[in-house]
Ligand binder design. Structure first.
Ligand SMILES: [Zn+2]
Length: 464
């Protein structure tokens, strides 16, 4: 994510974890956990199972802001389950089936609690089909900015970090449970319906058009998106893969937004030369005109950009570089818990600096000197606290730590570490300790003290 100039400010929103029953029955089947146990997002995610695939079939009518859908999840029990929970906020559930059989369900706040007819043994693969609908609402978050489904005058935008998916489909809403996706979304003829991954064609029937998208690489749920409305859509091929970009029709056809996303392929190639092969099967980007979207987000294979980034005379490709760098750092290799978000943002910010230098802007050395001087060393990069997830300590200090590593080991080793790290953990989840260990092993040098000083030390380390 990259924030625009306007920041949300407000009181910390208190979120209470739902207390799950911890009692087991005599057969050993117990309820799945009510959240993923990540203190940065109480209530988000669930435990006791792993989702492998989401098949989403949704219909959205902008006239009444109404969404109806069927979500079919392919799931594996990771322990014996008597019941399990999904995250689903603010929509009504009509029916739940587990392996085709009716299952009892109860909706408690943002938790959908499903009790199948029989217990699910550990290791059992099963399907959950949820039929649901209603008028989706964003998740109010005064601290981090509202996330989730926003109705717009011409359609809708579903977007947000760390949570948004639960506002439009039932989900295990935590990055530790990545899954592949198929999405069919039906909207009135004439509107675009954009999402992640490979375009799988569209068909029209009776005034409605169904757009199909497929994300075949595992994706964290916050990286899923749905953008519906009046857009100028460009489709083509880049480096042998489909590229789909779209710019809101409300923005000028030849303005800085269009000119910026038009360089998506070029920026991705620049990053691939440094980080290794582009990790997904499609490229793209979507620029929305809705002023409530005050950030850009690295939604998988197709980032979504708010309008604030493109107000200048010139294109803004630095934000494109940031979001595309996340395709490697954050999307392909994802955090296991949000306290390590610098592993996404520090590297994406550093990629911005690299691109700016390459594109004739400030040099990396100039940017480093400027950001170093502005850093508050009392604020840690790792485990910055929930309110600090999108702070300078994560982005700017995190990128300075990446630069310090580069200077310590030299360019050849630095890029070997990055490429190896990304290849080894492709489609996986990681922690800061994983990164430090990997960098030490690959470089053959002790780096813990150096990285500790740059990431969490309370005093300024010497400028590299
Ligand atoms: Zn970011």
């Amino acid at each position: 994510m990259r924030r625009g100039r306007v920041w949300a400010a407000g009181l910390v929103a208190a979120a209470l974890a739902l207390g799950g029953c911890t009692g087991g029955d005599e057969s050993g089947f117990r309820p799945g956990a009510a959240d993923a146990g990540d203190p940065y997002v109480p209530g988000a995610g669930n435990g006791g199972y792993d989702v492998g695939h989401y098949a989403l079939d949704v219909r959205y009518d902008p006239a009444g802001d109404r969404l109806t859908g069927t979500a079919t999840l392919t799931v594996t029990a990771t322990r014996a389950l008597s019941r399990f929970q999904l995250d689903l906020a603010g929509l009504d559930v009509e029916r739940v089936r587990v392996d085709g059989e009716a299952a009892k369900h109860r909706h408690d706040g943002a938790e959908l609690i499903v009790t199948p007819a029989g217990g699910l043994p550990s290791g059992r693969r099963f399907t959950v089909e949820v039929t649901y609908g209603g008028v989706p609402q964003p998740l109010p978050n005064a601290e981090l900015g509202d996330g989730g489904f926003h109705a717009t005058p011409d359609g809708a935008i579903a977007l947000g970090q760390p949570e948004s998916a639960s506002t439009w489909y039932p989900v295990n809403d935590h990055p530790s449970d990545k899954a592949t996706y198929d999405l069919a979304v039906t909207v009135p003829d004439g509107l675009a319906a954009l999402s992640n991954g490979v375009p799988e064609g569209r068909t029209s029937d009776g005034g409605w058009t169904t757009w199909r998208w497929s994300e075949r690489a595992p994706m964290a749920s916050y990286l899923s998106t749905l953008v519906i409305g009046d857009y100028r859509v460009s489709s083509g091929t880049h480096a042998g893969k489909p590229i789909v970009t779209a710019v809101a029709a409300a923005l000028p056809a030849d303005g800085p937004a269009a000119a910026s996303v038009a360089r998506t392929g070029e920026v991705a190639d620049f990053l691939a030369e440094r980080f290794g092969p582009y990790p997904f099967e499609a490229y793209g980007g979507v620029v929305v005109a809705d002023e409530r979207i005050r950030y850009a987000l690295e939604t998988q294979s197709r980032p979504v950009y708010g309008p604030a980034f493109f107000r200048g005379e010139r294109p803004n490709t630095e934000v494109v570089a940031h979001e595309l760098a996340h395709q490697w750092f954050g999307d392909s290799v994802s955090v296991a818990r949000w306290s390590d978000i610098w592993l996404n943002e520090g590297f994406a910010t550093y990629a911005e600096w690299l691109w700016a230098e390459h594109d004739g802007g400030r040099t990396v050395a100039q940017t480093v000197a400027e950001r170093y001087a502005a850093t508050d060393w009392s604020k840690p990069t790792v485990d910055p606290g929930r309110a600090g997830m999108f702070s300078d300590a994560v982005y700017q200090r995190g990128a300075l730590a990446v630069h310090a590593l580069r200077r310590a080991v030299g360019d050849e080793t630095f890029y070997r570490v990055l490429r190896g790290w990304l290849a080894q953990h492709r489609d996986g989840n990681v922690t800061t300790a994983d990164f430090v260990g990997y960098a030490e092993r690959t470089s053959g040098r002790p780096l813990r003290a150096l990285l500790d000083a740059w990431l969490v030390g309370g005093t300024p380390p010497g400028l590299p």
